[in-house]
Design a protein around this ligand. Sequence first.
Ligand code: DX5
Ligand code: ZN
Length: 250
Amino acid sequence: MAINALEIIRSAAPAIFPSFLRCDFGDLKGELSRLADAGAKGLHLDVMDGHFVPNLTYGMPIVEGLRRHSDLPLDVHLMISDPLAYAKPMVEAGADLLTVHIEALHPDQTLDVIGAIKDLGVAVGIALNPETPLSTLAPCLAEVDMVLVMSVEAGFGGQKFNPNSLEKLRALRESRPDLLLQIDGGIDIETILPAREAGCDLFVVGSAIFKQADYGIAFRELEAAMLGNPSRGSERVSVERNGQEGSENS
Ligand code: DX5
Ligand code: ZN
């Protein structure tokens, strides 16, 4: 999958990638099939180490398990302090796209880490948190396949969308018309259209999908909103799923 994954992702855009953070971890195979049936074109996997961010999720075994049961591109968001140490095991587990945080890297090592990930044969993304200025990406922008603009502080699902992400998207789109742009955090039927209009290609969505009983309805509503044609949400039925402490900070 890794060789063509970037092209597959590019051709899927604009696309919604469900975030594996608030899903039912007791039924990952079922979640995969429900998300595929709903129309997911890629899966966003939130890997947190309890150090770079104050939350702990999962590592290679979950990536490997998802890889075994799905052909969809696996977009792995590494919210970890030492992304280089885990890049190779993540690729061996089946990751297609590895995104590292600029805040986790010393400026002197950024290009080396990006180069090392590319050498593993997968696509590479660079992420930045809301408080991190866009200028920090300047030295590596030409080397990455994707920029992930965080619209919440990395670490938890269910946070409020930060509109400063829209300015970053607009500036990136203007300076790099062909660069793949992704947004992550607080994306729902209200925020997805402004993000699309700002030039975003890939929309990571957690709560707005997993809080609904029917993922197909969630996808249809989000896609309609993304195209500027919002439905009235009359089909929506909410559920409480994976609501334990630590998965959401609201
Ligand atoms: C935050 C994660 C996101 C988040 C998105 O650190 O990277 O993927 O779970 O979830 P919602 O859509 O709930 O903001
Ligand atoms: Zn994420």
